[in-house]
Each structure stands twice: as structure tokens, then as C-alpha cells.
Ligand binder design. Structure first.
Ligand SMILES: [Zn+2]
Length: 324
């Protein structure tokens, strides 16, 4: 059964199967959860289950031509609006085109399916155009939306969708995916999965720059105050600055955990000694406050504040925490 190819999310899969078995499938679903946990994969399985030609209870079968064609991404009745391209927004033209296609009969499937990956990317105009279709659902069309940013979705869209929660994956599931599907070495996979907050894409991103990441951690945890790297080596791109802020925040979280005497909850287990030393030397309340300030700086990066400015503000906060 193809549902087994989607790791974790047992409650979500159970809900979808109940709907399929009862033949009361809502006109629209919104799969909600963090980046990199498999929301799109789960939505694609639902698209296959809706159109699979195998016996009821066996869908999606992974064997029939429809299942195979949807998996390859070339089925004429399954329309994918995926992130990427010059503009990351989903514009009204794309929604109009989709609804125009939905007004016609399915080409050869039971129902037409639209998978909008990243519903927060819909412009207001596009969301309003989509809303009309969600208000008058057709029996031969289904909408599968995903988002990692529920608060940025139009509330009227959210209220017309059946929500499907896709939470973080357990660390052992992430580790298994890294070693078995992505060929990571077991040690890196083990450590990256622990730091991934349940996101495969986050774990892969960390594993892909593991050595550089370890260098940053060594600097953050150095017993001797090391500030030269902050003076000269500040990152400049939005992505690099975001990474540094996330690394600083995760490190401070561990300093606070070490100070609270909960070693089993430390994420950077291989840096336990450095964390305990810093925890003993730092004011833990300030450490937590700084972590929250860094988090809000991380959010300001999404508001198109200059990455250089954000990086230098983060540096000031770090130096001030260290008493430099
Ligand atoms: Zn099938």
C-alpha cells in the first residue's frame, strides 16, 4: 500500500482513509505542518487514492497506470501548482486557468485534483478567485492545499477546507530517511536528525554542510571568548544570515537546557562539555531573552529587512550576552 510510503502522520492517514471509505470526501483539504515533513507527499497520495482503479480499501495501489502516472507528475487531471520559478506567488492567472480546466469534464480520471503546494503563496486576488470554487464544490473536483504558514493564509480559505495536521516527524524516522533514501552516513544522519526539529529538509540541509556547521558550533561554544569571526566573517546573504540566527538560537536553547540540569534534552550532545561551561558562566535569563530576540530578528528577515543589518544586530546581541 502506498500510504506506507509516507512516513509518520498516522492520524492524518487514518482521517483520509475514513473519508475515502465513507465516500464523503470534502471538496478541499488543507495539509498544515512545518516545512519538510511530507505534506506534499501525503497530498499526492490522496490524489492517487481518489483516482486509483484498484479495489476499494487498496487505494492507492501504486500499481495501476493512474497511480503511476500521477506519481510521475504527468496526469492530465491532476494539476500541480508547486513553489519555484521567478515569482513564488500563485497569481490569479494560474487560478483562473485551473478553474477553467475544472469547468470541463475530467480527461480520463474519476475526479480532477488541484494540488496547491504552499497556499500562503496565493495572492489575495488569487485566493478570492479560488474561494468561489471552494464555496460551490463540484463532485468531480477536489482541492488539496498545503501550507507551513497557516497564519499567512486567507482565513476564509482556511475555514472552507478540512484541516489535516502534519506534525514534526520523530527523529528516528528522519534518521532512517537520511540514511536509507538519501545515502547519508549514519553518524551525520543521527546528529542531523536530532537537530532537525522533525523536518527532513532541515536535516538534509544541515547534513549537506555538516563540517561548516560544526565549525560554527565550535566558535559559539569556545571557552575563550572568540569574537574575531564575528568581527570579520559575518554572512551576507539572506539564507546564510538565517542559518546563523537559527544556529545561535538553537545553541542558546541548549545552554539554557544545560543550566536547568536536563542533559538528556540537550540537542547538541557532542558539545555537552562546552554547553555546561557556558551555562555556568552565563546569566541564563539573559540567555533566554537573547534567544527570543534572535528569533524575532530571524522573522524580520522575512520582512525584507537587509540581511547585513540583521547580521550586525545579531552580532551586537551575541557580544553583549558574552559581556564583550
Ligand atoms: Zn492505483
Amino acid at each position: 500500500m502506498a500510504w506506507n510510503d509516507v512516513y509518520g502522520h498516522d492520524d492524518a492517514k487514518r482521517l483520509l482513509r475514513v473519508h475515502l471509505a465513507s465516500r464523503e470526501v470534502p471538496g478541499a483539504y488543507l495539509f498544515v505542518g512545518p516545512e519538510g515533513v511530507g505534506k506534499r507527499k501525503l497530498a499526492l497520495e490522496m490524489a492517487r487514492a481518489l483516482n486509483c482503479t484498484a479495489e476499494e480499501g487498496q487505494r492507492p495501489c501504486d500499481q495501476c497506470p493512474t497511480c503511476a502516472q500521477i506519481m510521475k507528475g504527468g496526469h492530465p487531471d491532476v494539476h500541480l501548482l508547486l513553489p519555484g520559478g521567478a515569482s513564488d506567488q500563485v497569481k490569479i492567472e494560474s487560478v483562473r486557468q485551473l478553474l477553467g480546466r475544472f469547468a470541463l469534464r475530467p480527461f480520463n480520471a474519476a475526479v480532477q485534483v488541484a494540488l496547491i503546494d504552499g497556499a500562503h503563496r496565493l495572492t489575495e486576488e488569487a485566493a478570492n478567485a479560488l474561494l468561489k470554487a471552494l464555496e460551490e464544490p463540484s463532485r468531480s473536483a477536489r482541492f488539496l492545499l498545503t501550507t507551513s504558514r497557516l497564519a499567512d493564509c486567507l482565513p476564509t480559505i482556511v475555514s472552507r477546507c478540512q484541516l489535516v495536521r502534519c506534525g514534526p516527524l520523530p527523529a528516528d524516522v528522519v534518521r532512517h530517511l537520511l540514511t536509507d533514501l538519501h545515502g547519508c552516513d549514519p553518524r551525520t544522519a543521527e546528529a542531523a536528525s536530532r537537530l532537525s526539529a522533525g523536518s527532513v529538509s532541515r536535516a538534509l540541509e544541515l547534513a549537506g554542510r555538516w563540517d561548516a556547521y560544526q565549525r560554527t558550533l565550535a566558535r559559539l561554544g569556545a571557552e575563550q571568548l572568540q569574537t574575531e569571526w564575528l568581527e570579520r566573517g559575518l554572512p551576507e546573504t539572506r539564507q546564510e544570515v538565517a542559518q546563523l540566527l537559527e544556529e545561535m538560537t538553537a545553541w542558546l536553547r541548549d545552554v539554557a537546557v544545560a543550566a536547568a540540569g536536563s542533559p538528556e534534552q540537550i540537542a547538541h550532545t557532542e558539545h555537552g562539555e562546552a554547553l555546561r561551561t557556558q551555562a555556568a558562566a552565563m546569566d541564563v535569563d539573559r540567555c533566554v531573552d537573547t534567544a527570543f530576540e534572535l528569533l524575532s530578528l530571524r522573522e524580520s528577515l522575512e520582512q525584507f529587512v537587509s540581511p547585513r543589518l540583521v547580521a550586525s544586530l545579531a552580532r551586537e546581541k551575541w557580544l553583549s550576552l558574552l559581556g564583550a
